[in-house]
Design a protein around this ligand. Structure first.
Ligand code: 5AD
Ligand code: SF4
Length: 436
């Protein structure tokens, strides 16, 4: 028998790309590829790319530059670019990086097996369609091998919101929801393979409409899946947090008390210019309602500083919103021009102004994150153990609040949820003791 071909996938960007990479590996698995952890011995290298901010695409081009050396060593090696840079740049990638054999967008990777046939004959293959055929219907069920206790599951893709700064509506297309029955089946397959926690993914996941009851309806269906212990979802838009979903945070035990709900800015003037279609006050009220349903919820968010036209006063509104809301953790970014988006036409703020604001915001968010972590000391949490820790006898997992927690524990806690008392905190994790 011939040696299996080796596939190396490098994933950039969001969790949906992590999920897509798994599905691409499974699709190419049908062509005899097995995954390898290093590019050195690969027969195919796929870069699954992100286009959300400027540097991400540039990183891909420099990575492709480095990959060239592998192709000199091994002329049969095939190099592919997938994901949102592939979608946005298309043929331009092959022009800028001629050693690339294959370019595939996020909506067409179910066609990878046929594209592989083409590149094996020495041809180039490019597919950045938004095809009529649903890729998830074409892709087979999930692979049966044993899996880690926690997994991603894409339920919705694309976005119709058109925030003025964002490329997603262009790279991922308009909102599409997968039918609930297929998602349930996939969840069952994941649980059979050892998964205990599923994070439902979508660019605008709470706009999910593949179930009459929306995302909450889907969550309640998943609640019935035996063996599935935890449900999470990301990323959401404030305007799609409906009553049923807020209510589920208080009533569905499997739904974890963690919510990523980006606001982007605390200034109504900037929110309007961003085309966010919500106000700062509306967001704050919404958070109050969600916290009334689930008082211990850990809130996460996204912020952009230096959006075109942002004044010091606008920025101070963002700082004030952060002080008012209090985040358990959050992501913050300098505005980055995305060609083709409405905001790209506007005059940009000076780099030093953006840097200064980002530092101040990140300082405040860090303080809040540390305060939240410190407040966990002495508390009892439930940890889903995911893997062995760095030191012997140590296991690591996540609390219901998504804090990384490590504890002395026997190896058989792996894949189980255990009660843990938090005894200390460090920069990125909490130390716990197993409660017998
Ligand atoms: N510049 C900076 N940050 C951006 N994001 C999206 N587009 C841009 C951009 N052009 C951020 C938003 C979004 C997160 C995924 O990335 O905060 O919620
Ligand atoms: Fe982008 Fe999110 Fe706005 Fe959609 S809702 S355009 S994905 S920032």
């Amino acid at each position: 028998m011939s040696e299996p071909k080796k596939l190396y996938i490098k994933t950039y960007g969001c969790q949906m790309n992590v999920y897509d990479s798994e599905r691409m590996a499974e699709a190419l698995g049908g062509k005899g590829y097995v995954e390898t952890k290093t590019p050195d011995d690969a027969d195919m290298i796929l870069l699954n790319t992100c286009h959300i901010r400027e540097k991400a695409a540039e990183k891909v081009y420099s990575e492709l530059g480095r990959m060239k050396a592998f192709k000199v060593e091994k002329p049969d090696l095939k190099i592919g670019v997938a994901g949102c840079v592939a979608q946005a740049e298309g043929e331009e990638i092959m022009r800028r990086a001629p050693m690339v054999d294959l370019v595939v967008g996020p909506q067409s990777y179910h066609r990878l097996p046929a594209m592989d046939d083409a590149v094996q004959t020495g041809a180039k293959a490019l597919d950045t369609d938004f095809p009529e055929d649903d890729k998830f219907a074409t892709l087979k069920g999930r692979s049966k091998g044993k899996r880690a206790p926690t997994a991603f599951l894409t339920v919705q893709e694309g976005c119709d919101k058109f925030c003025a700064f964002c490329v997603v509506p262009y790279t991922r297309g308009s909102e599409v929801s997968r039918p609930a029955d297929r998602i349930i089946r996939e969840a069952q397959e994941l649980v059979e393979a050892g998964v205990r926690e599923i994070t439902l993914l979508g660019q605008n996941v709470n706009a999910y409409h593949g179930h009459d009851g929306g995302l909450a309806g889907l969550i309640w269906e998943l609640d019935k899946v035996d063996g599935l212990e935890r449900i999470r979802f990301t990323t959401s838009h404030p305007n799609d947090m409906d009553d049923a979903l807020i209510d589920a945070h208080g009533t569905c035990e499997k739904l974890m008390p963690y919510l990523h709900l980006p606001v982007q800015s605390g200034s109504n003037r900037i929110l309007k210019a961003m085309n966010r279609k919500h106000t700062a006050e509306g967001y704050v009220r919404l958070i109050e309602r969600i916290r009334a349903a689930r008082p211990d919820l850990l809130l996460s968010g996204d912020f952009i500083v230096g959006f075109p036209g942002e004044t010091e006063e606008d920025f101070e509104d963002t700082m004030q919103l952060v002080r008012d809301v209090h985040y358990g953790q959050a992501y913050s970014f300098k505005y980055s021009t995305r060609p083709g988006t409405p905001a790209a036409e506007k005059p940009q703020l000076p780099e030093d102004v953006m840097n200064d604001r980002l530092q101040r915001l990140q300082g405040l968010l860090r303080e809040q994150q540390q305060a939240t972590q410190a407040s966990m000391i002495g508390r009892e949490v439930k940890v889903l153990f995911e893997k062995a820790g760095r030191e012997a006898g140590q296991m690591i997992g996540k609390s219901e609040y998504l804090h990384a927690v490590y504890a002395e524990a026997p190896a058989d806690v792996l894949g189980t949820v255990r009660r843990v008392k938090i005894v200390d905190d460090s920069a990125n994790s909490l130390k716990g003791q197993l409660i017998a």
